[in-house]
Write a protein that binds this ligand. Structure first.
Ligand SMILES: Cc1ncc(COP(=O)(O)O)c(C=O)c1O
Length: 440
C-alpha cells in the first residue's frame, strides 16, 4: 500500500476506482498500456487502484525511433554538432564570435545595458503594440537609421525575426521573391514562410536576377540578399542589383548583418559605402548581435515601409519587444563606434592578417574562410586549434555546400599583436597537418 502523498508525487499516474476493492481492473489497464506497476490504495475513504506507467524510451516509441537513424547518419557523415560549455573568462583567443569591434565587454556597453535594465526592468513585458514602446527603443531606431542613412528604423527581437518579418510582410501570394543562393538561413526561411513564388538565383548573378524579374507574371517583386555573405565573407553586387530592381519595378532588401560596423565610412555598412543609403526602394535589415555587441535586429527603411511593418510584420506584432538591456547595450555600442570610427578599418586590417596566415584569399569583410573540404577534417582541425588556445568556427553542411567544410575565422578590431603572433603559429601547425592528411 502506498500513502496518498507518495502516490501523488508519482508522475504519469492513472487512478481507477475499483468496485470490488481489488486491483484487477488496474492490472488489465496496465497490461493494455504496457505499464508495469499497479498500486492499491484508499482515497477519501474509497478503495482505488493506481497504475503507474514507466516512461517508454525513445527507441521503443515509433514516433521517435527515427531520431536514432538520422543521428547515426549525421555521425557517419561527420555532421554531429555539440554544445560545449563556455567559460566566462576563457583564456582562448576568440576567432569564432561575431564581436567584430570587440565591444561586448566594453564598459560603456555594459553601463548602457545596466541603465536601461534599471529604468525599464528585465524584459519588454510584451509586444510593443500591446504594452507600449519605450523611449529607449525609439531612440535606438532613430540613431540606427541616422547612422546608416535610412529614413526610419524598426527594432525586432533578433536579426532573424527582422528578416522573417520584413520579407513576409513585403511579399506574399502574388509576389515574386528572387533570393541569392548564398542568402542567410533567416532569409531562406522567410522566403519559405512568405507563400510567394521564390526563385533562387545563382550566387551574385545579376543577369539571372534580371531575367527572373523580367519574365515574371507577378506584379510585385522583391529581391533579397546578404550584403556581406556570412559563410564566404564576399560582397553582393549591390549597385547592379539595385539598378535591375529599379528598372524592373522591384524592391531590394539587403541584410547588412556582416556589413554594419565593418564596411563603409566608420562602419555604416556596404549600402552606405556604395552610395545607396536612403534609396526608398532599398530596405536594410540588420542584427545588433555582431558589431553592436548586443542582441536584437532592425529594419532600416522608408517611413512608409516602417508603418507597413508595424501593421503587417508578424514577428513584430506577435513577438515580445527587444529586452531593454539589449537596446541600451546596442545604443552604447553605436555611440562607441561613432566616437571611434577607426574600429571598422581595424577589423579589415586584422582580417587580412588572418587570411595571410591561413593561405586564404584577401578578405573583403571580417569573415575569413579556410576551406578544408571534408567535414571531419574541418572539425578535427577546429578541435586542434582549440587545444592550442585559439577558438575558431567550423562550418559544415548544411551551413555551407557539400565539399566546402571549413574553418571560419572572424576578425576582431581588438586583436593584439601578440595574439596575432600566436594565431599565426597555431594555424601554421594545424593547417600543415590537415593539408598533409588531405594529400594522403
Ligand atoms: C546574414 C545574417 N542575417 C541574419 C542573422 C540573424 O541575426 P540574429 O543572430 O540577430 O538573429 C545572422 C546571424 O547569424 C546573419 O549572419
Amino acid at each position: 500500500m502506498l500513502g496518498v502523498d507518495g502516490f501523488a508525487i508519482k508522475l504519469r499516474t492513472i487512478i481507477c476506482r475499483c468496485g470490488d476493492g481489488s486491483s484487477k481492473h488496474a492490472l488489465t489497464l496496465a497490461i493494455r498500456l504496457n505499464t508495469v506497476q499497479v498500486w492499491l490504495m484508499r482515497l477519501n475513504g474509497v478503495q482505488a487502484c493506481g497504475v503507474i506507467s514507466t516512461p517508454m524510451t525513445t527507441t521503443q516509441l515509433a514516433s521517435l525511433a527515427w531520431l536514432a537513424t538520422v543521428e547515426n547518419a549525421r555521425r557517419q557523415a561527420g555532421l554531429r554538432r555539440e554544445l560545449r560549455p563556455r567559460e566566462a573568462d576563457s583564456a582562448l583567443i576568440d576567432l569564432a564570435s561575431n564581436d567584430y569591434l570587440g565591444l561586448v565587454r566594453h564598459p560603456d556597453v555594459i553601463a548602457g545595458a545596466q541603465r536601461a535594465l534599471e529604468r525599464w526592468g528585465a524584459g519588454a513585458t510584451g509586444s510593443r503594440l500591446v504594452t507600449g514602446t519605450t523611449t529607449e527603443h525609439e531612440l535606438l531606431e532613430d540613431e540606427l537609421a541616422e547612422f546608416v542613412g535610412a529614413q526610419s528604423g524598426l527594432v525586432f527581437s533578433s536579426g532573424y525575426t527582422a528578416n522573417l518579418g520584413a520579407i513576409t510582410a513585403l511579399s506574399g501570394p502574388g509576389t515574386l521573391i528572387v533570393s541569392d543562393a548564398g542568402s542567410h538561413a533567416s532569409i531562406v526561411d522567410a522566403c519559405r514562410l512568405s507563400r510567394a513564388r521564390v526563385v533562387v538565383a545563382p550566387h551574385a548573378d545579376v543577369t539571372a536576377v534580371d531575367e527572373a524579374l523580367a519574365t515574371r507574371t507577378e506584379e510585385r517583386a522583391l529581391v533579397v540578399t546578404d550584403s556581406v555573405f556570412s559563410a564566404d565573407g564576399d560582397l553582393a553586387p549591390l549597385h547592379d542589383l539595385h539598378r535591375v530592381c529599379r528598372d524592373r519595378g522591384a524592391l531590394l532588401l539587403v541584410d547588412e548583418a556582416h556589413g554594419i560596423g565593418v564596411r563603409g565610412e566608420g562602419g555604416r555598412g556596404l549600402v552606405h559605402e556604395y552610395g545607396l543609403a536612403g534609396e526608398p526602394d532599398l530596405i536594410v535589415t540588420a542584427t545588433l548581435s555582431k558589431s553592436l555587441a548586443s542582441q536584437g535586429g532592425a529594419v532600416l527603411a522608408a517611413e512608409e515601409v516602417r508603418a507597413h511593418l508595424i501593421d503587417a510584420a508578424r514577428t513584430f506584432i506577435f513577438d515580445t519587444g527587444l529586452a531593454p538591456a539589449a537596446v541600451g547595450a546596442a545604443r552604447a555600442a553605436l555611440a562607441v563606434l561613432r566616437r571611434e570610427p577607426q574600429r571598422a578599418g581595424d577589423v579589415l586590417d586584422r582580417a587580412r592578417e588572418l587570411a595571410r596566415y591561413g593561405g586564404a584569399s584577401v578578405p573583403e569583410s571580417a569573415v575569413v574562410s579556410i576551406i578544408l573540404g571534408d567535414p571531419q577534417r574541418a572539425y578535427d582541425a577546429s578541435v586542434r586549434c582549440r587545444e592550442l588556445g585559439v577558438h575558431v568556427g567550423c562550418f559544415r553542411p548544411p551551413s555551407v555546400p557539400e565539399g566546402t567544410s571549413r574553418l571560419r575565422l572572424t576578425a576582431r578590431a581588438s586583436l593584439t599583436d601578440s595574439e596575432l603572433v600566436r594565431i599565426a603559429a597555431v594555424l601554421a601547425e594545424v593547417l600543415t597537418d590537415a593539408r598533409d592528411e588531405a594529400g594522403r
